[in-house]
Design a protein around this ligand. Structure first.
Ligand code: ADP
Length: 543
């Protein structure tokens, strides 16, 4: 027997209509690309999104067309999200930190019809304009006064499109499984692949993201996504915040510690989201300037493992809860979030930090298992480690324009490429990506664990570990460190410090002191680059 419940399609346009109706006066603040702070509210955002949707329709944009954005986190980018997907086209976010060749590949693979671009990013499009034949026009996201001189043909002005069109529009109703947005993985191995989200998956993900033990979104919150809208839709915040009517604060192009701090203070932000490299900048700014943000209660941090020293610094020095999260582009991106269970609240500090450095428990909707090389399921005992497989209503079932996804097994589980343990309470701990794990004498060493521990040493600001060739052990760990201010790290000191934190045979065989680590387009240390730079390093133990 079927339930007698309406089968109302879950559509992204309903988020902004709802916010207009019940939280219309809640503000959306932006540090604009032009410079000044821009303020308006959900009601205004909805009206302008409808104008933009009418403009898109006039430009001939149809259901299923891929419309690219190359833009920072701003109110105009937010309007694009709703206008493009609202009429059934697909919002395809491009990452401005990609190399021109990668941008060209992605634009051509997606066959984008138009590109919306921030004025300061137009030079990137100029570099590739002659190689992207599907593009009918380039919309510069500013007003007529601020449009830069450019040789690019078919340049359109965003504010002209808004001005020349009315907000008279009923959002169309279509199947909730219609594609809504497209986001390519960074392609650290091979070409980037497109994760194609649907209206249904986006809405279900937004519901889940708002839950108290996930992002805890509500109208009371003031949310600042530092994580870019081109990095898996800013982890879904532009949808979850709109669903709940949270005040949104967009940082625009300025992501340095001082600029973020100013916005956090001026707008009384309560919750912020970003990758560890961003928070490193902010923590340093707070410490150097002996300041803090009294309203900030929570941050969510992920994309790469968060070192314990960072969680401690947020919580002990500044009284801000840090929620460690794990996810992937293919997962929209939320997978797990680490919050302390009530049964651990009174545990000693060391136990609580031991839990907090784990990547957390699955958000409702995400199924997980770990498997060995033969796809046999492994126990959830916190010790056995294997490849993490996931399944759920916001996880990709294949890649855009890829015939057979090798990443899915016959039961539809998606192989994440991450190695982890799952403990009896459901907390996962990522040991490594399958391609980063260090294989020493037939055993595995977790580069993530070593890096995290090394970053707790006072002489170390940033650390990465790669495996390099060893004649006897196959691979051994090489530590690469960026020193803390005015410090000269010494391998013996660091190994002394590490020796009661990790197994003796894990200790790095050698260390390289570097000025900085190579950071990729989504703010993560590029292990591939490090392997290129130091992969041939001869270890003293190998001579
Ligand atoms: P890419 O890094 O290829 O752009 P994503 O941004 O989708 O792709 O990153 C997903 C990957 O990032 C995960 O598979 C995992 O390896 C890593 N990752 C994400 N969050 C964490 C975390 N909290 N701890 C460790 N690794 C993480």
């Amino acid at each position: 027997m079927r339930g007698l419940i309406m089968n109302q399609p879950l559509l992204i346009s309903s988020l902004i209509s709802h916010a207009d109706w019940v939280s219309g006066d809640r503000e959306i603040i932006t540090r604009s690309v032009e410079g000044p702070i821009h303020r308006y509210n959900y009601r205004d955002a909805h009206a302008r999104s409808r104008r933009l949707a009418n403009a898109l329709k006039k430009l001939g944009v149809k259901l299923g067309d891929r419309i690219a954005t190359l833009a920072w986190n701003t109110y105009r980018h937010f309007e694009c999200y709703y206008a493009i997907s609202g009429i059934g086209a697909i919002t395809h976010t491009l990452n401005p930190r990609l190399a021109p060749d990668q941008l060209t590949y992605i634009i051509n693979h997606a066959e984008n019809a138009y590109i919306f671009v921030d004025a300061d990013l137009l030079p990137l499009i100029e570099l590739v304009a002659h190689q992207i034949p599907s593009i009918k026009g380039i919309v510069v996201m500013t007003d007529r006064l601020n449009i830069p001189d450019s040789k690019v043909v078919n340049l359109l002005c965003y504010e002209d499109l808004i001005e020349d069109n009315s907000d008279d529009l009923e959002w169309p109703i279509f199947d909730e499984n219609t594609a809504s947005s497209l986001c390519y993985t960074s392609g650290t191995t091979g070409n980037p692949k497109g994760a194609l989200f649907s209206h249904r998956s986006t809405i279900i993900h937004a519901y889940a993201s708002a839950l108290p033990d996930v992002l805890q979104l509500s109208e009371k919150e003031v949310v600042l996504p530092v994580v870019p809208m081109f990095h898996v839709n800013a982890w879904g915040i532009p949808y979850g915040a709109t669903m709940t009517g949270a005040k949104l604060v967009f940082p625009g192009p300025k992501l340095d510690g001082a600029s973020i701090h100013q916005l956090l203070v001026d707008e009384s932000v309560t919750f912020a989201a970003g990758v560890p490299t961003v928070w490193l900048g902010l923590l340093n700014y707070w410490k150097d300037n002996n300041t803090n943000v009294p309203t900030l209660k929570r941050t969510i941090c992920g994309g790469t493992a968060v070192p314990q020293s960072m969680i401690e610094s947020f919580q002990e020095d500044f009284g801000i809860e840090l929620r460690h999260a794990w996810g992937m582009t293919e997962m929209s991106p939320l997978g797990t979030v680490s919050v302390i269970k009530p049964s651990h609240i009174n545990s000693d500090k060391a136990t609580r930090y031991r839990i907090q450095i784990k990547q957390g428990r699955p958000v409702f909707g995400v199924e997980m298992k770990i498997v060995d090389d033969q796809y046999n399921e492994l126990p959830h005992d916190g010790k056995a480690y294997g490849e993490l497989m996931v399944r759920g209503p916001w996880i990709t079932s294949g890649y855009y324009k890829v015939e057979n996804s090798e990443a899915h097994d016959h039961d539809g589980w998606f192989a994440t490429g991450d190695v982890c343990t799952i403990d009896p309470e459901g907390y996962i701990e990522i040991t490594d990506r399958t391609k980063d794990v260090i294989k020493s004498g037939g055993e595995w060493i977790s580069s993530i664990d070593l890096e995290n521990q090394a970053m707790g040493h006072p002489d170390v600001m940033h650390a990465a570990v790669i495996g390099v060739h060893h004649p006897k052990w196959d691979e051994r760990p090489l530590l690469i460190v960026v020193p803390a201010k005015d410090k000269v790290p010494i391998l013996e000191d660091i190994n002394d410090y590490l020796s009661n934190k990790v197994a003796k045979w894990w200790l790095p065989d050698d260390m390289i002191v570097a000025e900085s680590l190579p950071i990729g387009a989504t703010g993560k240390v590029l292990k591939t680059k490090l392997r290129e730079m130091y992969g041939n390093h001869i270890l003293p133990t190998a001579k």
